[in-house]
Design a protein around this ligand. Structure first.
Ligand code: ZN
Length: 360
């Protein structure tokens, strides 16, 4: 049995009744674990001079192959009297196969997953209604976190493991004064009812700094200068007190490379999980900084409408990024734009959740 999602759309009256009929015809064939999203009214896409659409997504479990499902969709469109028109024109009813389990199909008349889901609000919105945990249940994290160490002040260092091999490890809160990164990642994780297939999460790498509201940990060490890299330096590290100010605020890189409890634990958990890529979320410089372009960097650049950089503009000895490079892990530093946490979550959490669940 595979989890199938199909989007429905119409902009020819009676729209509500057409959606109901399409659901009825689908459900007559497939009613196992049936789910339906709310109905959304959306402006037409492509050709603007036409009536608004009603859109909905339905989900069910099916034994059919992708091609059998495609035929089912086409048969229903035909039965409901869909006329042939140019692309993007009005339609009596439109059924698009979005997903069929993990099936990947690249053929002329069928591409799975449907290639433009993430760019289309009228598909993504209703799809997220049913593929994620209901909003009423997103108050709590979905499962118990594992502990990978203890902070300087004795706080547990926690992570959310992936179900299978970890391909991507997302880390927030390495700087204690960037709590919006933790909030955004937590909101994202709370979309799920169970661990992700290949993504693990560290919601707060520096709990002491976050509790104290300081950039460094409880010893005043900037953890992002304390990693055991070849270029680690005992020299004082400088940071900015705010975006506009100069880099004059002094912090310690620690007394030795990788000597802080939090850094040691991070190195250990990364070695254990062996992710191919690490996403380190910071704020508020508004850029995506990574050695090379990957699907993840492209996704983040589009999502946050920020610049891609290969260099942050000043040396960062002992940083997580430098350590990753030495250990052949691709590290993406995502500097969030300067926005309130709630706005960041509204803009990014659902799309991040979608990316983590469907792409990685
Ligand atoms: Zn930072």
């Amino acid at each position: 049995m595979k989890q199938v999602f199909i989007s429905l759309g119409t902009n020819i009256e009676p729209r509500e009744e057409r959606l109901a009929e399409a659901r009825h015809l689908l459900k007559a064939e497939e009613d196992c674990s049936w789910q339906e999203s709310k109905i959304y009214e959306t402006e037409p896409w492509g050709v603007k001079e036409q009536a608004d659409f009603l859109n909905q997504v339905v989900g069910f479990m099916s034994k059919k192959t992708p091609h059998e499902l495609l035929k089912l969709c086409k048969d229903i469109e035909e039965k409901m009297g869909r006329q042939k028109r140019e692309k993007w024109k009005e339609r009596e009813i439109d059924l698009d196969l979005l997903y069929c389990g993990d099936c990947i199909v690249n053929e002329e008349n069928l591409t799975l997953p449907h290639p433009r889901i993430a760019q289309r609000e009228f598909v993504l919105r209703p799809l997220c209604d049913i593929m994620f945990r209901p909003a009423s249940q997103r108050g709590l994290l979905p499962f118990n976190l594992g502990q990978f160490g203890t902070s300087t002040l004795g706080a547990p260092l926690l992570y959310a493991p992936s179900k299978n091999k970890c391909k991507l490890l997302a880390i927030a809160g390495i700087h204690g004064e960037e709590p919006e990164s933790t909030f955004l990642l937590s909101r994202t994780l709370r979309h799920f009812a169970e661990p992700l297939q290949n993504v693990a999460f560290i919601l707060c790498a520096n709990p002491d700094g976050t509790a104290l509201g300081t950039r460094g940990n409880a010893n005043g060490v900037d953890l992002n200068r304390n990693f055991p890299t070849a270029n680690w330096s005992a020299e004082i590290t400088l940071s900015k007190a705010s975006l506009e100010s100069e880099r004059i605020t002094e912090l310690s890189p620690g007394s030795c490379a990788g000597g802080e409890a939090e850094t040691k634990a991070l190195v250990e958990i990364i070695r254990k999980l062996e992710p191919k890529e690490i996403l380190s979320i910071h704020s508020p410089l508004a850029c995506v900084d990574a050695p090379k372009r990957t699907p993840l960097t492209n996704f983040l650049v589009n999502l946050s409408e920020t610049e891609y950089k290969t260099d942050i503009g000043y040396p960062t000895p002992g940083s997580l990024g430098t350590w990753c490079k030495e250990n052949l892990i691709h590290c993406v530093t995502w500097e969030l734009p300067r926005l309130a946490p709630e706005i960041l979550a509204q803009k990014f959490a659902e799309k991040l959740a979608f990316y983590f669940s469907k792409t990685v």
